[in-house]
Design a protein around this ligand. Structure first.
Ligand code: BGN
Length: 276
């Protein structure tokens, strides 16, 4: 807990009520007790259009934008949204879920979609970003969706990898990073079309800027991966990683160009559709 970074939610400063208590979240590591019923989720549970939630019984200390790059996985997205709202509401944080969908037919560009979502979240005043794959579900309530002082690799322990971290510098899946840190490293590269490598590039940026990454203990970092994510056949992996500082400033948030096709507020998420 002393890792946690104190952030005030800019838009939620209702002064009369007490700050939320994070003790229960951090120390109750039992299995999740909720049932997945959508009706129950939307009605009477104060999730606002666009998939934004803030507890009303206490003042949240953390304000987090969850950004999900997406294309073509409607069933997974549906399950993800229902599960995540149930999971996140129990954490007494203020959050909003942004789904950034690539609508063109070029190979999927996860990192560029994350940049687009991050830029929207930063414009919206969110101090903390969680960059999150749609096929990952957190299994431990103690895995708080808030930023730590260090950029945090949240999904270190995934069933698909038999709950073992495949390599020490793995920095994909689910990441919590402050908006300021994200700006410092100029976000992610826009050039990784197709599967793989963009997360290694992201980690390289963290190293170049000397931001130390961190993780919670493996037990807390457990995730369930839905389906089987594997590199598609036609995907070309980038075989180079960019470590140099000058390249970082030439490729990232500062050079982000895309066409925003539409943005729609759904009951459970903000849907940003883009042509890369
Ligand atoms: C690595 C990928 C990561 C991926 C992990 C886990 C590359 C870089 C090749 C130069 N890295 O191999 O992107 O997150 O596996 O699946 O492909």
């Amino acid at each position: 807990p002393d890792l946690l970074y104190e952030e005030t939610a800019a838009n939620f400063t209702s002064s009369a009520i007490l700050e939320c208590d994070y003790h229960d979240v951090l120390f109750d590591d039992t299995t999740l007790p909720f049932s997945l019923v959508d009706g129950d989720l939307i009605e009477g549970h104060r999730i606002r259009e666009g998939g934004e939630y803030s507890p009303s019984e206490c003042k949240p200390k953390y304000s987090t934008a969850i950004i999900v790059p997406y294309r073509d996985r409607a069933e997974e997205l549906r399950g993800f949204l229902v599960y995540m709202h149930m999971f996140l509401r129990r954490q007494s944080i203020h959050y909003r879920i942004f789904v950034v969908e690539q609508v063109d037919s070029r190979p999927f560009n996860r990192a560029k979609l994350l940049n687009i979502g991050a830029a929207a979240a930063i414009r919206g005043g969110y101090p903390c970003l969680v960059l999150h794959d749609v096929d990952l579900l957190p299994l431990r309530p103690a895995n708080l969706y808030a930023c730590t002082k260090c950029p945090r690799h949240m999904s270190a322990s995934i069933n698909k990898f038999r709950f073992v971290l495949p390599y020490l510098k793995l920095f994909g899946g689910a990441i919590a990073i402050t908006s300021n840190q994200y700006k410092t490293i100029n976000g992610m590269s826009n050039e990784y079309f197709g599967w793989g490598g963009e997360d290694d590039d992201f980690y390289a940026r963290i190293e170049v800027e000397e931001l130390k990454m961190c993780r919670f203990e493996p037990e807390t970092s457990k995730y369930h991966m839905v389906g089987h994510k594997m590199p598609g056949n036609g995907d070309k992996r980038k075989k180079f990683l960019k470590y140099e500082k000058n390249k970082i400033s030439n490729d990232g948030l500062s050079t982000l160009k895309f066409i925003e096709v539409a943005t729609v507020l759904h009951p459970l998420f903000t849907h940003i559709m883009v042509d890369l």
